[in-house]
Design a protein around this ligand. Structure first.
Ligand SMILES: Nc1ncnc2c1ncn2[C@@H]1O[C@H](COP(=O)(O)OP(=O)(O)OP(=O)(O)O)[C@@H](O)[C@H]1O
Ligand SMILES: [Mg+2]
Length: 255
């Protein structure tokens, strides 16, 4: 079976620094895979390679069997791979409905821009209402994004990504900055929304090991740019040295 998303012996250098070294991972359909590792391990570099923002120095990145090395997020989203936006991209002056509509319209492409009055376009409004409902934001449609709670902002951030109808979604710390009490609720909403929206796989970059343990089918641990482990949670959490490496207590892991 072809993996949905994979890296083949990928390395990435920033000048003299090798941020990723010979990384081969694969994400299949129906999986939630977490990428973990201490600061500087290469997680964000990996996500940037997987979303076509960066071009590998060596190796290749494939989405549904085709190379996506460096193709950029817009073309990648058209093919069905989307990354959740960072909070910074939530525009405080827009309402929840307008934020989701912007994503829906960008997904529909130029066809929709031919219509003069987007806001009144029935199909866009219907889709916005659907996405909002999936994320429990249906009562907040007219609310300015600026006054949402931190947890609601996270959900809006991911709802915008879901509005693009992705097959695979990459979530870079979707619950960072959110209270511990809210984190599980957000993850459960995200996972249920993914199922309803037909998303086949989720790649999660996450520091919170509670969340990783609770929701992952597989855990990929990076350390100093190498894959230290690629295991189901039960095996991963059975190895205390692995956990120490990932939370940064055990230094000097070399590959
Ligand atoms: N644009 C860049 N130019 C030079 N070095 C970089 C650049 N981006 C990242 N690095 C370096 O590459 C290594 C991997 O960085 P990366 O941001 O991928 O790690 P990370 O696992 O996401 O870390 P964190 O948990 O802190 O977010 C680090 O040593 C970092 O300093
Ligand atoms: Mg990072």
């Amino acid at each position: 079976m072809t993996a949905l998303l994979e890296t083949k012996t990928v390395s990435k250098d920033y000048g003299a620094l090798r941020a990723l070294s010979n990384v081969s991972i694969a994400i299949e359909a129906e999986e939630l895979v977490s990428v973990v590792g201490p600061n500087g391990a290469g997680k964000t570099t990996l996500v940037n390679l997987l979303t076509g923002l960066l071009t590998p120095s060596a190796g290749d990145v494939l989405f549904m069997g085709e190379s996506i090395a460096g193709i950029g997020p817009v073309r990648l989203a058209e093919r069905g791979l989307v990354r959740s936006f960072q909070l910074i991209q939530i525009f405080p002056q827009l309402t929840v409905a307008e934020t989701i509509a912007a994503a829906v319209v960008s997904r529909q492409g130029k066809r929709w821009r031919l219509f003069a009055t987007l806001a009144s376009d029935h199909a866009v409004r219907t889709r916005v209402a659907q996405v909002a409902e999936i994320f429990g934001l249906q009562h907040r449609l007219a609310t300015s994004a600026a006054i949402l709670s931190q947890g609601e902002k996270k959900l809006l951030d991911v709802a915008s990504a879901f509005a693009l109808d992705p097959r695979v979604i990459l979530l870079d710390e979707p619950t960072s900055g959110v209270s511990t009490a809210e984190k599980h609720g957000i993850m459960q909403t995200l996972i249920a929304a993914a199922k309803r929206a037909g998303v086949q796989s989720i790649l999660l970059v996450e520091h919170d090991m509670d969340l990783v343990a609770a929701y992952s089918h597989r855990i990929i641990a990076l350390a100093e740019g190498c894959v230290l482990a690629d295991l189901p949670p039960a095996q991963f959490f059975a190895d205390p040295r692995l956990i120490e490496s990932v939370i940064g207590k055990r230094m000097g892991q070399r590959c």
